[in-house]
Design a binder for this molecule. Structure first.
Ligand SMILES: Nc1ncnc2c1ncn2[C@@H]1O[C@H](COP(=O)(O)OP(=O)(O)O)[C@@H](O)[C@H]1O
Ligand SMILES: [Mg+2]
Length: 327
């Protein structure tokens, strides 16, 4: 873990600048949130100076939910998955607590396209509300069209990450592509008559908070024995469906079983990545988060941290079983 990637103190955004357009509320997505802009000389070195951040609060029903976003970022670091940095933050003026997610591009310089933008064009009468036609086959076709074959490893790394954290909400607007323009070399520019070429890549995997058992209330943790944990993990699914003509949701473990069976190269790459995940280091990270002095009502409880560690370790074991089964 790099020294810079985990905070020891929560960030107070009360004095941060407000976004000229979205300072009150950001219209997109389910949870309350607003955009804030960091100072030029932030106190904490994990904060990028003069940069846009999404300050996202928890669903009222689940006050601890924002921790899932932060823990997911730490899981991303351990696995080597590209997730926007997310930190614990509060507003000392309003009392709000939440996660602070670093903007993953410089607005005006790069453009982000949610996958939904392309799904809506690709699939007639796409159900934008629920995304019931959001599926792996179409995703794979779009990815190949935009980036070629090599992206399959990155895409499946995301599916591995989502399986490890148990993310159920990677819908068509919770992932996408960054479009950047690259200056052509002089000779290419002359030949094509264009100064710039367009390049697409996956955006970092953002919005990871619908995961890690966030919906389970703390007073229930003691009732979760091994059997119950296993049942919970086994019935978890991705938001993705299989294909336009097979609209059943892809199970988390089912996805790992599928790739292990059908693509030995991706299987072994995922295996290597999963092995990077060290449960001991993850437990250390969780302890650091428990110790973070957030306002008293918004701290991560040791009980939840332990529950998340149990859940995640067991998920890792079941994933390894699936990856090993087709060796
Ligand atoms: N770190 C970020 N960088 C860039 N855009 C972001 C970032 N976080 C959120 N967004 C944008 O804001 C939208 C809503 O945020 P999201 O985290 O998905 O919230 P919700 O949980 O309410 O869906 C996203 O779909 C994305 O377009
Ligand atoms: Mg979202």
């Amino acid at each position: 873990m790099s020294k810079l990637s985990i905070q020891l103190n929560p960030i107070d955004v009360a004095e941060w600048r407000r976004h000229r357009e979205f300072s009150e509320a950001y219209p997109e997505g389910a949870r309350p949130k607003r955009i804030v802009v960091s100072p030029n000389d932030p106190i904490q070195n994990i904060v990028k100076p003069d940069w846009q951040y999404m300050f996202k609060l928890s669903d009222e029903k689940y006050p601890e939910q924002f921790w899932a976003e932060l823990i997911a970022y730490q899981v991303g670091l351990l696995l080597g998955i590209d997730v926007p940095p997310a930190h614990a933050a509060f507003d000392s003026m309003t009392g709000e607590c939440g996660s602070l997610s670093e903007w993953f591009y410089a607005p005006g310089e790069e453009v982000f396209y949610a996958a939904g933008y392309f799904f809506y064009k690709e699939i007639k009468n796409f159900d934008r509300d629920k995304g019931t036609q959001h599926n792996l086959l179409t995703a794979q076709q779009l990815n190949v069209r935009f980036m070629g074959e090599d992206q399959i490893y990155d895409f499946w790394s995301m599916l591995l990450f989502d399986t490890i954290i148990g993310n159920t909400d990677r819908h068509q607007d919770n992932w996408g592509y960054m479009m950047t323009s690259l200056p052509h070399t002089k000779s290419v520019a002359r030949r094509k008559g264009e100064q710039y070429g367009i390049r697409l890549k996956f955006a970092p995997w953002f919005d990871n908070g619908t995961s890690l058992g966030y919906q389970i209330l703390p007073r229930k943790f003691s009732q979760w024995d091994q059997v119950r944990i296993d049942n919970f993990i086994k019935k978890g699914t991705h938001h993705f469906r299989w294909a336009p003509d097979n609209l059943s949701q892809v199970g988390h473990l089912e996805s790992i079983e599928f790739i292990a069976k059908h693509n030995s190269k991706v299987r072994s790459l995922l295996m290597r990545r999963a092995k990077r995940f060290d449960v001991e280091r993850f437990s250390d990270v969780m302890r650091t988060l428990v110790d973070l002095p957030m306002p008293p009502h918004a701290r991560l409880s040791a009980e939840r941290a332990n529950f998340v560690i149990r859940l995640t370790s067991r998920r890792m074991e079941l994933i390894m079983e699936k990856l090993n089964a087709h060796h």
